[in-house]
Design a binder for this molecule. Structure first.
Ligand code: ADP
Length: 224
């Protein structure tokens, strides 16, 4: 099958997590191959049109993976969380066959360590990560959206605070007072990139701000 498959993804395990991965990638227009050892789940993803192809196979069997063409994918997601042995063996099979990027779901710390040992390029911990995310969103309700650039820096979307209503970008002095840079303003679904200093801020507008997390926290606290 000598074609380059970089825009194609294979997902092994079609439980809740695997289905979520399939549905989102497929929805974005990527070609997705789904697989599971349960025929019912394979048929389900085909019926729901959240994959392009689906195959029933036992991913612990290297020959089955090879025959399905899965070794030729650039990126494979191992979405087998609750079957530790199958998850480890599958990941090992993929890395031994030279799949460049294997992303695996772990269900415990030990599971994560084992996946890393057998060569997983990235291990995700969805329940744990969703818990952290929920905690952050509960304690920072003012943040509408957040992109963590690294552990210290983020881009966040915040509503224009009341104290800023009717004032201009220059007047609120985000940079000198908080060390934050306003990179855009959002009005409904429209963005104004690099707003001018004379631009007025209104109730309901959203500021897209980049900066240090400490500075972002300090800014948010100052608004209460
Ligand atoms: P979730 O929490 O996302 O629902 P699960 O770990 O419960 O995830 O589901 C994992 C899926 O992986 C199940 O649908 C299961 O049938 C499938 N699976 C388990 N072992 C294998 C295997 N050896 N080969 C292929 N699929 C497997």
């Amino acid at each position: 099958r000598g074609v380059k498959l970089s825009q194609q993804f294979a997902v092994i395990g079609l439980g809740r997590f695997g289905r979520g991965v399939c549905e989102t990638l497929h929805g974005m227009g990527y070609e997705v191959l789904g697989s599971d050892n349960q025929e019912r789940l394979v048929n389900q993803v085909l019926q729901d049109h959240i994959v392009d192809h689906a195959i029933q196979l036992d991913a612990t069997d290297p020959q089955a993976l090879k025959e399905a063409g899965i070794f030729e994918f650039e990126t494979v997601i191992v979405a087998i969380g609750n079957h530790l042995d199958a998850s480890i063996i599958t990941t090992l099979n993929l890395k031994e066959a030279g799949v460049p990027k294997v992303i695996a779901k772990a269900s415990s710390e030990v599971h994560k360590k084992l996946l890393e040992r057998v060569g997983a390029d990235r291990v995700v911990f969805p329940e744990y990560e969703a818990g952290c995310e929920l905690a952050r969103s509960l304690t920072r309700p003012a943040i509408l959206d957040c992109l963590n650039l690294d552990p210290q820096k983020s881009i966040v979307e915040v509503k224009v605070p009341e104290a800023f209503h009717g004032r201009t970008v220059a007047e609120v002095e985000l940079r000198s007072r908080y060390g934050l840079n306003l990179i855009a303003l959002r009005f409904d679904d429209k963005f104004e990139i690099n707003p001018s200093p004379s631009q007025k801020l209104h109730q309901g507008d959203i500021m897209v701000v980049i900066g240090d997390n400490n500075d972002i926290e300090r800014f948010l606290r100052s608004q209460h």
